[in-house]
Design a protein around this ligand. Structure first.
Ligand SMILES: *Cc1c(COP(=O)(O)O)cnc(C)c1O
Length: 421
């Protein structure tokens, strides 16, 4: 049975590429994140194919999964990076990323973060407000540098996704209202310590249709023309991230479908010499990871059946935060005769919101190993130590080989830096 191209059942046991997940659970314990190196490569390849022969820079939205091993794979494949903090800058520089391919996004950049990015020499700051523009101009001037800027505009389009991951509507905190952009660009281009290089938007996440992108693009192209008439040249157009993945049965938008349509519009407008920047996060890593967890107890109450597992909301927050769906697969296929029941799969944390999956039909017994699928994006990066739980280990599978890319945190490490009075 095929679950995904890189996670498959062989002789009744779920494998990551050539490695049985039972083996990894025995070796490293649970909860455990497992990534497929081939899945990262294949996801990258679909962007590379779409970009071939075009002036496109793909910057991995690294907040989706910032493990150094993941970053290093993408660096070697030629990726740039979209960062949202000074911490992410330090992380990605630790694997030797090319700063000329780094774009710096985020609504709340602090002065130290701007200084670090200017020192590194990033490609561009995606500026989200006028006060941020003023601060950046001042920081750059103090350093005797010129900061490359792109304004993140809010095109006010509906990405038709979950409200928490929709970012391009006028009521969101993100970006500069598109109608205000010409005036802000005029201010930016008059500041000697700034250089206008681009125009940026990011309208949301887990987008499965091309129309929201094209709605945004049309508005951006009008703006590019307006700016040109003001004598402000735009070198690149950054369309953000947002392409969705298959969590269950979503129909997908491919990078090539998106770029083909984008380039059709650019040709029509005779703007195909613009560089296109994309900032995909989820679509590069989401289906490259699973979270392995073991059933600790089965609890049958009057209202519900609960499978209490050893992973929890601190390990995988998406269900709690976004009401997100992750498929749940028993790692060893149950016997034909096993009786399936409807279970809520929940963690041990003292919160009613601590659940991973609801109302799933599963044939379970205590000690069973489950794989929470599509857990490569916004999964480990959102993990916390709530309830003084060490964060899971992370393992990368490569064919029949596997590598620990982050060991499980030791209990003593969780409070090693704390001091009593
Ligand atoms: C989160 C984010 C991304 C990545 O989004 P995905 O939906 O994971 O592709 C890209 N750009 C910006 C500005 C972001 O905040």
């Amino acid at each position: 049975m095929t679950v995904s191209p890189h996670f498959n059942f062989k002789q009744g046991v779920l494998h990551a590429e050539g490695v049985p997940l039972t083996l990894l659970a025995d070796e490293f314990g649970t909860p455990l994140y497992v990534y497929s190196r081939q899945a990262l490569n294949d996801a990258w390849q679909s962007y590379a194919d779409a970009a071939a022969g075009r002036n496109v820079l793909v910057c991995f939205g690294m907040k989706a999964n910032s493990n150094l091993a993941v970053l290093n794979e993408f660096r070697k494949l030629g990726a740039g990076f979209d960062i949202v903090s000074g911490g992410e800058l330090a992380r990605v520089m630790a694997v030797g990323a090319d700063p000329a391919k780094i774009v710096f996004s985020g609504v709340g950049k602090q002065a130290w973060e701007m200084r670090a990015a200017l020192d590194a020499g990033v490609k561009c700051f995606n500026v989200e407000s006028e006060p941020e523009l003023e601060r950046l101009a001042q920081v750059a001037a103090e350093m005797g540098k010129v900061a490359p800027v792109s304004l993140r505009v809010n095109p006010d389009v509906d990405a038709q996704t979950h409200p928490y991951i929709s970012t391009g509507l006028k009521e969101n905190k993100f970006g500069i209202a598109i109608q205000d952009a010409p005036a802000v660009y005029a201010r930016a281009s008059a500041m000697p310590s700034l250089k206008v290089v681009g125009l940026d938007c990011h309208i949301g996440s887990q987008i499965t249709q091309v129309s929201p992108y094209l709605d945004a693009l049309d508005k951006l192209l009008v703006l590019v023309r307006t700016l040109q008439s003001q004598g402000i040249a735009i070198e690149h157009l950054d369309l953000g991230g947002g392409i969705g993945i298959r969590y269950t049965d979503e129909t997908l938008l491919s990078p090539s479908a998106l770029l083909n349509q984008v380039y059709a519009r650019l040709h029509q407008e005779q703007l195909s010499d613009l560089q296109i920047v994309l900032e995909p996060g989820r679509s590069l890593v989401g289906n490259a990871g699973v979270l392995l967890t073991r059933v600790e107890y089965l609890k049958h109450t009057e209202a519900r059946n609960f499978a209490i597992v050893d992973a929890a909301m601190n390990d995988l927050l998406r269900p709690t935060l976004y009401d997100a769906w992750h498929d749940v697969e028993p790692v060893q296929q149950p016997a034909e005769s096993a009786q399936a029941q409807t279970y809520d799969v929940v963690g041990p944390i003292c919160e009613s919101g601590d659940w991973l999956a609801k109302a799933r039909t599963l044939a379970l017994k205590q000690g069973d190993l489950l794989a929470i699928m599509s857990a490569g994006a916004y999964a480990f990066t959102m993990a916390s130590q709530y309830n003084t739980r060490p964060r899971p280990a992370e393992v990368m599978v490569d064919g029949t080989a596997f590598h620990v890319v982050r060991p499980r945190e030791a209990l003593a490490d969780l409070f090693a830096s704390e001091r009593t009075l």
